[in-house]
Ligand binder design. Sequence first.
Ligand code: GLT
Ligand code: MN
Ligand code: MN
Length: 398
Amino acid sequence: MSKKNGKNASSGNYEPRPEHKFSFGLWTLGNRGRDPFGDAVRPTFPPNDIVHVLGEIGAWGVNLHDNDLVPIDATPKERDKIVRDFRAACNESGVVVPMATVSLFFHPVFRDGAFTANDPEVRAYALQKTMRAMDLGAELGARIFVLWGGREGVETDACRPRADEAVKRLREAVNYLCQYNMAQKYGYRFALEAKPNEPRGDIYMATTGHYLGFIPTLDHPEMVGVNPEFAHETMAGLNFMHGVAQAWEAGKLFHIDLNDQYPGRYDQDLRFGSANPKSAFWLVKFLEDVAYDGPRHFDAHAYRTENCEGVTDFARGCMRTYLILKEKADRWNADREIQTILKEVSAASPSVPKNGRYSPTGAQTLLSHVFNKDAMMQKRLPYELLDQLTVDVLLGVR
Ligand code: GLT
Ligand code: MN
Ligand code: MN
């Protein structure tokens, strides 16, 4: 996709602007196309160059793992210089760092997990590494800290005395990190990211719903929310937007990872909207309808067949599709026929007893009401038509 496609002559302007809050991880543009069967196909993309490209294509933010920027064995002096130069690159490009995270999966020391590993020394190292990653993120201005426990799982359940022990270890770690956050006055909000499997055979916190159940058991639940990822929930065969909606309703949508995925496969991290544009549409419509104002982070990477230019096409494509779908959502919301149907399907006849909050008299009224099921069955539910109107909007004929 060349620059000229940033503007669409027929309908609207799909040029990303800072207020759209589009962000990319260093690891996304920096992905070199390695997979379990093949080596890198693209050269290293230095962090400072990534930031410049992001600035050029209109992205607002860049996110990073500690080791996307600072090599794991860097000396403090080396680290400080790298961070200084990176900050300068961000400032020059007008790109902010909204989120930071920690790699607790790449180094072989985490082969049995990090916070949930059996070896207490590995668990302690994981905490230390995370605290340092929090220091780094805070220095760069990040206020969201993502925790993705990719290695927090098993290939065989024989390897843990009991599976609930893993939950306890994870709780202990997150509680510890919340305390560190307060002690350092970093003001982070933690966003926990679920995934059902890969790289482990089974990962403990398999879905966003699992995390929503876990968070209220923490010492500081107000400090912790979720970072749902499109691909991960789709791998689990779930409706991503529904998980996002539940997180939102619980006040826990602290961050979001946008990409795409065909169900039943390995984690594909495809360009946003490229595999399931209809699901992507419902998601964008939800985020825009509720006025979600957090980062719209693309956690995806270019096809392995791409060269460096293709990586830019990929990144532009994620943002462009989001903006196209945002326009489609506006169109859907403004469509009179669609809105009339929506009103019609949820309208109630005046004789219906109101069943809001429970009260003894309300309950009596409800119990004594005679429902006319035959009449209720006559109500029109034209969802075929409603869905076709949606498809017409999406396919650009409406
Ligand atoms: C890794 C993973 C992503 C997570 C990143 C944050 S790292 O690329 O596949 O889903 O969001 O740790
Ligand atoms: Mn992710
Ligand atoms: Mn993924």
